[in-house]
Write a protein that binds this ligand. Structure first.
Ligand code: NDP
Length: 337
């Protein structure tokens, strides 16, 4: 059983020293337990938070413990009603080949689904995050302008596509020309701007000629600085993630902009609301699953996935995800033997 444990808490960007590969015996399931074999491991930005012991909505991974992560797995042996060998499940095996589970938080997957790994992406946590944050907090009306960054990732790509289906004008923000072209040509965004361009703030202002009504916040930092002045009165900001800050070791440079932010919230009557997907909206999952299933079946929703082979590739792939090296949802094909 190969497994990655947290070797040390990273300061700033995680490094090759952050996680350590170990080999241990395959665990034996006891009464009321089952043994799961990992097929796919999801890589997600929240994992950076679990590496840190700063206060958060979830407990950190302990040093020397197996790194957490969502997985698609197959039941190998089971002493648990409702799960039998061969069943496919969505589980939280973490970064390892095998895990023992008592079934808590584990759901059966339809073995006939065309892409099992999609349960970690568009049909799972990131897709649900996009749908819930947009519909429950952003609540865009037809004709309004919706803006989202990390526009080709699993959350941003889904936000923009749902907003198009809701009749909105959609502005994407992404890193580089290839990602921007994909957002427009494959995902159907109206426009997509490169946040690495020197003229980014001006480009955004020009693209948002009627201002922004919903800004789905995935990144923070300079992108938010460019968005804030062009938010419309009554704009809604679902605060989903702040990935530009996850490796930060201190406050950003420059003058304190807090009073400017508060002034904008007041004068423009902005609504900014943070959310943690399953804690705040878990009860809506069936509604999301039905809507997304229908969109995928009818072919109106596109999904881009980057499958990387081998558990051993996971640390580098994760470090790259935080830098924006991924183009679409990043999953590791563990394919444990
Ligand atoms: P992505 O696959 O989109 O990966 C992250 C992307 O963020 C990178 O590819 C990169 O895209 C972009 N990025 C990285 N650094 C910067 C930066 N400094 N400035 C601007 N963009 C940057 O991730 P997900 O779709 O899985 O997640 C998107 C966001 O949603 C994250 O912030 C995540 O933490 C959050 N989230 C929150 C949840 C919740 O419950 N609140 C649940 C799930 C996700 P590019 O190259 O295009 O800039």
């Amino acid at each position: 059983n190969r497994r990655f444990v947290l070797a040390e808490r990273p300061k700033g960007e995680p490094t090759s020293e952050t996680l350590r590969l170990e080999t241990a015996a395959i665990p034996e399931p006891g009464p009321g337990q089952m043994l799961l074999r990992t097929e796919y491991l999801s890589l997600d930005p929240y994992m950076r938070g679990r590496m840190s012991d700063a206060p958060s909505y979830a407990a950190p991974v302990a040093v020397d413990a197996v790194m957490e992560g969502g997985t698609v797995a197959q039941v190998v042996a089971s002493h648990l009603a409702g799960f039998k060998p061969g069943d496919w499940v969505l589980s939280f095996n973490g970064w390892q080949d095998y895990a023992v589970s008592d079934g808590a938080g584990v759901t059966l997957l339809d073995a006939g689904m065309p892409h099992l790994s999609w349960a970690l992406g568009i049909l799972g946590m990131p897709g649900f995050t996009a749908w819930a944050g947009l519909t429950q907090i952003g609540a865009p009306k037809p004709g309004e302008t919706v803006c989202v960054a990390a526009a080709t990732g699993p959350v941003g790509a889904t936000v923009g596509q749902i907003a198009k289906l809701m009749g909105c004008h959609v502005i994407g923000i992404a890193g580089g020309a290839d990602k921007c072209a994909h957002a427009v040509n494959a995902l159907g965004f109206d426009v997509c701007l490169d946040h690495k361009s020197a003229s980014f703030a001006k480009d955004l202002q020009a693209a948002a000629s009627k201002g922004i009504d919903v800004y789905f916040e995935n990144v923070g930092g300079v992108v938010f600085d460019a968005v804030l002045p062009i938010l419309n009165t009554g704009a809604r900001v679902p605060v989903c993630g702040l990935i530009s800050q996850y490796n930060a070791t201190g406050a950003p440079d420059g003058p304190d902009r807090m009073s400017m932010l508060m002034g904008q919230i007041l004068r423009k009557r902005l609504t900014m609301r943070g959310f943690i997907i399953f804690q705040d909206f878990g009860h809506l999952y069936p509604e999301f699953a039905k809507a997304m299933g229908d969109w995928l079946d009818s072919g109106v929703m596109q999904y881009r996935e980057e499958v990387i082979q081998g558990l051993e590739a996971a640390p580098e792939a994760f470090i790259g995800l935080l830098r924006g090296d991924n183009f679409g949802k990043r999953v590791i094909h563990v394919g444990a033997e």
